[in-house]
Design a protein around this ligand. Structure first.
Ligand code: NAP
Length: 276
């Protein structure tokens, strides 16, 4: 798409902009006056976003795990003299299932996107922001960052990395003008679950949050320069408990909850639905 460069624009870069949370980050950042650079693999969705969010100035279609994608993105921004003030590292995916029954390629590609790509983008833009003495980086982690998750094993491990990496960097960058926040959502209504192979998640209904609310919460925490932001009362309680409970107990509870996914709704529930 063609680029409109007006002087005095402040820029925000959002990865995974075509997804549920990504789109909300874009709309909210646009409403705060940021000009947007967006990435995603689905070029039709990117094009739709360019039309619905007029503040989108640059769209990069491509798989970020392809090393050329990041190289091209960074080179293009350098050429245009653009240093984003905000980076939202949001692109990511998970896989539900027993670890050894999952294709290794799927697990390794998850590590590549959720860990390597996020790290590479953070390091590149944090350095640029440090020179500019101003910047905000929001890394999307998860409540899975706080606990081992049987059947979401590699995903949870990647998100544990995101939390640890972001929190330590937040500390290192204190008083540099650059801040890093790890956003830890619980279950959110997006395409994430279908992509992960979860078709039935009624047992999570009690905790599911709306993507707009989660994105709002994340950006509020980012601009308040918080290190970690866990959204929702239930998620806060769950992650607090996970940090004080014995690990075997955390593992047991986590397993019990995750085991409920892809289970058909209980028969009694079906009956009462029919009689209602
Ligand atoms: N939904 C939840 O319950 C939940 C909970 C905790 C944390 N999170 C985290 O929130 C973030 C956003 O996920 P979401 O819920 O909005 O899911 P989503 O709707 O599936 O969006 C995922 C985004 O990541 C992009 N993406 C996936 N693989 C990519 C690749 N190889 N290269 C470039 N982009 C890629 C997708 O782009 P294309 O579709 O264009 O390929 C899409 O824009 C993820 O990091 C996820 O782990 C989600």
């Amino acid at each position: 798409m063609s680029l409109v460069i007006e002087s005095g624009q402040t820029w925000a870069l959002v990865t995974g902009a075509t997804g549920g949370l990504g789109q909300e980050f874009c709309k909210l950042l646009a409403a705060r006056g940021y000009s947007l650079i967006i990435t995603g693999r689905d070029s039709a969705k990117l094009a739709r976003l360019c039309q619905t969010v007029p503040k989108v100035r640059l769209a990069f279609a491509g798989d970020l795990t392809d090393e050329r994608s990041i190289r091209n993105l960074v080179a293009r921004l350098k050429k245009l003299n653009i240093v984003p003030e905000v980076l939202v590292n949001n692109a990511g995916f998970g896989h539900y299932g027993m670890t050894l029954a999952t294709e290794s390629e799927e697990s390794l590609s998850m590590i590549d996107l959720n860990v390597r790509v996020l790290t590479e983008l953070t390091l590149e833009f944090a350095r640029q922001m440090q020179q500019a003495q101003k910047g905000y980086i929001l890394n999307v982690a998860s409540i899975a960052s706080f606990m081992p998750c049987p059947k979401l094993n590699v995903y949870a491990a990647t998100k544990a990395y995101v939390l640890s990496f972001s929190e330590a960097l937040h500390d290192e960058l204190e008083s540099s003008g650059v801040t890093v926040t790890a956003l830890c959502p619980g279950p959110v209504k997006t395409g994430f679950w279908a992509r992960a192979g979860v078709t039935e998640m009624e047992s999570f209904n009690f905790a599911v949050m709306d993507s707009r609310k989660v994105a709002e919460y994340g950006l509020k925490a980012l601009f308040a320069k918080r290190a970690v932001a866990t959204c929702g009362f239930t998620n806060k309680m769950l992650t607090a408990a996970a940090q004080i409970a014995p690990r075997f107990l955390t593992r047991m509870v986590s397993r019990a909850m995750l085991d409920q996914l892809n289970r058909p709704p209980k028969k009694e529930d079906k009956k009462s639905d029919q009689s209602a």
